[in-house]
Design a binder for this molecule. Structure first.
Ligand code: NI
Length: 374
C-alpha cells in the first residue's frame, strides 16, 4: 500500500486527465483478482467485491485527482510531473480504498451483499461525482461512505458529525462597467474602481446582516482587476470570489441578497453590473444514523472517534447525497501543512489504519443492513 501511495504521489494527474492513474489502479485491482465494473468513464473506475452472503449494496468512495501546484518537497517520491501535485492527499485516499478492496476480497465469506469501491476522478473541479452518478454505479445503493484526510487531526483519529460537515461552494464573478476618462476629470466618466470599493465592503454585510448569529458562512473576494496606469480612470472593474454556506437555505438566501445588492449598486452608481454565478457542490450533509455508525466503527477499529466541527472546504461527495444516504469522515493525517499547500504531506502511518477502517465500515454496514432486512 505504501508503494502504491508513493507511486501515485510521484505521478499526479489533473482532474479528468487521470489516465495513467486509472490504468495503474486497474492493474493493481487485477493483480488481486478484484472485479472492475464496465462503465462509461473516461477516467476513474469502480471496483466491486461480491460477498458470499446475500445483502445490500454498500459504496466506499475515494478520489484520485491532483492539483495544479508545484510541489516543494525533498521526499524521494515527490512529484515527477512539473506543476502538478497531490496536495489534497487524494493519493492517500485512493491507496486506502485499494487496501480496503483487497481486505474485503480476502473476507468475502463474511461479507453480506456487495461493496463497490469508487476511485472517483475530477473531485477538485466538481465533475467526478456527477459522472459516477450518471454511470449508474450507485443505482440501488443503500449507503455511501467517503473519506478525506485532515492534517488538522492527529494520525489515529477519525472525525465525523451528523448534518453539515463541509460547505456548499459557490463562485461568483462580477463585471462593473463604468465610463473611462482622464483621472483629473472624473466627473466626465463613471469610475468603476470606486464602485468596486463600495461593493467589496457591502459584500461583507451579506453575512453580518442577513444570517442569524448561530449560522456560519464565508464571503471572500479573491481577485480584483481594473486599470492600466496612474492617470486614467478605467472603463471596467472585474472581481471574483467565493461564498461558502452550510445549508441550502443560507445558500439560496445569500445568492438572492447578492443579486439584490448588485442591482441596487448598479442603480445607485448608474453603472452596469453583471454577475456570473457558478454553483459548485452543496454542503455535505451526513445522515444521522450513518454518521453515528461511522464513529462507532472507528472506536471498534481501535481509532479515536471524534465529533468534529463543520469545515468550510468543499467536497463534490455532496452530490451523492441526492441519491443515497451518506457518511463522510475525516481521517487524521498528521500535518503540519494544510491541504492545497505546496509542502502538504500525509503521514504514511495513517494509511493502513484507514484501509482497515474502510473495510470494517463496509463489512459491518452490509451485515447490519442484511440483518435488518432479514
Ligand atoms: Ni480533497
Amino acid at each position: 500500500m505504501l508503494a502504491v501511495r508513493h507511486h501515485l504521489h510521484r505521478f499526479p494527474e489533473l482532474s479528468n486527465q487521470e489516465f495513467a492513474t486509472t490504468a495503474y489502479l486497474r492493474k493493481q485491482l487485477a493483480d488481486h483478482a478484484i472485479h472492475v465494473m464496465d462503465l462509461p468513464l473516461a477516467t476513474g473506475l469502480v471496483a466491486e467485491v461480491r460477498g458470499e452472503q446475500p445483502g445490500p449494496l454498500v459504496i466506499l468512495r475515494s478520489d484520485i485527482d491532483a492539483l495544479p501546484i508545484e510541489e516543494q518537497s525533498d521526499e524521494a517520491f515527490r512529484s515527477q510531473n512539473p506543476g502538478v501535485m497531490h496536495a489534497c492527499g487524494h493519493d492517500f485516499h485512493a491507496s486506502a480504498a485499494l487496501g480496503a478492496a483487497i481486505l474485503l476480497q480476502q473476507q468475502r465469506s463474511r461479507l453480506a451483499g456487495c461493496v463497490r469501491i469508487l476511485f472517483q476522478p475530477a473531485e477538485e473541479i466538481g465533475q467526478g461525482a456527477p459522472a459516477i452518478l450518471a454511470s449508474g454505479a450507485l443505482n440501488d445503493a443503500s449507503v455511501i461512505f467517503g473519506l478525506h484526510n485532515d492534517p488538522g487531526l492527529p494520525v489515529g483519529v477519525v472525525g465525523c458529525k451528523a448534518g453539515a460537515l463541509t460547505a456548499g461552494v459557490d463562485r461568483f464573478a462580477i463585471r462593473i462597467k463604468g465610463t473611462g476618462t482622464h483621472a483629473a476629470r472624473p466627473h466626465e466618466g463613471n469610475d468603476p474602481i470606486v464602485i468596486a470599493g463600495q461593493l467589496i465592503t457591502a459584500l461583507q454585510t451579506l453575512i453580518a446582516r442577513n444570517l442569524p448569529s448561530d449560522q456560519n458562512a464565508v464571503v471572500s473576494v479573491t481577485q480584483v482587476h481594473s486599470g492600466t496606469t496612474w492617470n486614467v480612470i478605467p472603463e471596467e472593474a472585474w472581481l471574483e470570489g467565493t461564498i461558502r454556506t452550510f445549508s441550502d437555505e443560507s445558500r439560496t438566501l445569500l445568492e438572492r441578497r447578492l443579486r439584490q445588492l448588485l442591482h441596487g449598486l448598479g442603480v445607485s452608481f448608474n453603472a452596469d453590473i453583471a454577475l456570473e454565478w457558478l454553483p459548485g457542490p452543496p454542503s455535505v450533509c451526513n445522515d444521522e444514523r450513518w454518521a453515528a455508525f461511522a464513529l462507532e466503527q472507528a472506536t471498534l477499529c481501535g481509532l479515536e472517534a471524534r465529533v468534529v466541527e463543520a469545515s468550510p472546504i468543499g467536497e463534490d461527495f455532496a452530490f451523492y447525497q441526492q441519491r443515497v444516504p451518506v457518511a463522510f469522515v475525516m481521517v487524521g493525517s498528521g500535518g503540519p501543512w494544510p491541504l492545497h499547500h505546496p509542502q502538504f504531506r500525509v503521514d504514511d502511518a495513517a494509511l493502513f489504519p484507514a484501509a482497515r477502517y474502510l473495510a470494517a465500515l463496509a463489512l459491518a454496514a452490509g451485515q447490519q443492513l442484511a440483518a435488518s432486512v432479514g
